[in-house]
Design a protein around this ligand. Sequence first.
Ligand code: URA
Length: 321
Amino acid sequence: MGTELTKGSELSELISDVREKVLYMQELGVASLGVELTARSALATGVEARSPRVAIAAESVAPRDAERSTPLPPANAGGFDKKPGSRLASLPSLSSRKTMPFFDKYNPGDDGRGARADETTVLRSVKIAPTLPEPTETIEQIRADIGPDCTRCKLSECGRKQVVNSVGNFNADLMFVGEAPGADEDIQGEPFVGRAGQLLTDIIEKGLQIPRKDVFIGNINRCRPPGNRTPEPDEAAVCKPFLLREIAVVRPKVIVVLGAHAAQGLLETKVPISKLRGHFHDYLGTKVMPTFHPAYLLRDPHKKREVWEDMKMVLSYLKTA
Ligand code: URA
């Protein structure tokens, strides 16, 4: 009998706590929790059978004004000496509560004199930065999904020899992304192995002093476009998701995007590469440094100076990250 009473009191206390939180959230403007807190749901869990008072407490979740004018039944009949709702009652009311520093930070509308904006508005103004999705697969699984003879886009019918997958360290801090394989890559089955690739390898190994095998190198498109033309939007749209899945697995600290097509493709922008390069951008919380494509550097070696400026920024970020 005594044990039953204690259990009833504990449940009553628990329901009161939950109820306080629900009421507080209602005050903050939360309209629905997707949970039904009624006597019916209390009955369904068998709570009513053991403690009739619990059902009363659960049932009395009411609009704020009604709650204020209707005192709750005393909760200490079973030896429980706190009134349900007492903690909420002891909180300052929303209108008199001081602005919290957290809200200050995210509330540009605050007049700075302690006036409190409506919490609903404030909560809406808190921006949660999107981040990379949690990896649920491996690079090998992504490759198996692509398949050795992918026919998802028309590049498969344009004379490509093979699908050229990304290479390097699956745990790399640094990743390079190009546009699509050229003739040499199509033959050898590895990104950036032709003349432009040799220059990229020099940038990585001689410039950054990182062995090529320690970085991860891929392309937006994995099949060589005919005549080395730029991949068309429908071709990029089909292939890019595989690269994005690889980024979520490798989770590099910095992604260097090489040339306009790769930079605009990853960052989903039309801003020219000359304006994108020279500072970091964001891809789901990962730093992205666009720079000129090594093939462009072969045509205009004067641009190497700017690429080196970009690489120095990458290096110094990698040292601190
Ligand atoms: N150019 C690219 O964009 N990617 C390669 O793999 C080779 C050349």
